[in-house]
Design a protein around this ligand. Sequence first.
Ligand code: ATP
Length: 237
Amino acid sequence: MSDDVILSVRGLRKSYASGTEALKPIDLDIKRGEIFALLGPNGAGKTTLISIICGIVTPSGGEVLVDGQDWRTHFRHARREIGLVPQELTMDVFEPLLNTVSFSRELFGYPADPKRIEEILRSLSLWDKRKAILKELSGGMKRRVMIAKALAHEPKILFLDEPTAGVDVELRRDMWNLVRKLRDQGTTIILTTHYIEEAEEMADRVGVINKGELILVENKDELMKKLGRKVLHLQLV
Ligand code: ATP
């Protein structure tokens, strides 16, 4: 595995007991410092793929290498390198924002580091809301808090599962700017999306997944040239 590759997936597959083949064997390399968009329609297998990589779902076969090391044998290392922002907002709690984010860091075995947590909250424009109760925040703020929680242990790779699903145009733009800022600070980003314009706007490379199969991986510009908006849209719908 070259030094440029931070994450590598080999022959990764998943079949559920129901008989659904959610992932056909998938091979994929993610380059250090890139934004990689995984584009596909409902049920394509996007969440399954990132849930396996993040250690939440057990694969039926294949391997995941983080920094060249197998997830299974280097569990602690892999877990620390990865941060996940899940699709659903799970914030129905009466807990101040600052405590929640600090606790997320400690969960990974790192000592509390108020300065670092302050930096993270400031970079996400959340510092002024640090005493706010999570349950009472707006949807957009909750999404930012989810990102802060995922970044609290300073992972090198950040997964965002449909970060802009169901959000308005303004918040979508804010999210895009935020993700670019994180990438510029050195974080490798993998996001899933239904929206071709999101992949076009954000990604350095795009993987197209459909019915559990990774059918294409391309540099964003190449992909747009090759397929064009309309054709890709028709293939995915
Ligand atoms: P969406 O964009 O709607 O979130 P997705 O691309 O993330 O979709 P997945 O959630 O990964 O797709 O689902 C892939 C396939 O696996 C679907 O057919 C789904 O019904 C099936 N699936 C997912 N989780 C389970 C489960 N726990 N048990 C059985 N089948 C499942």
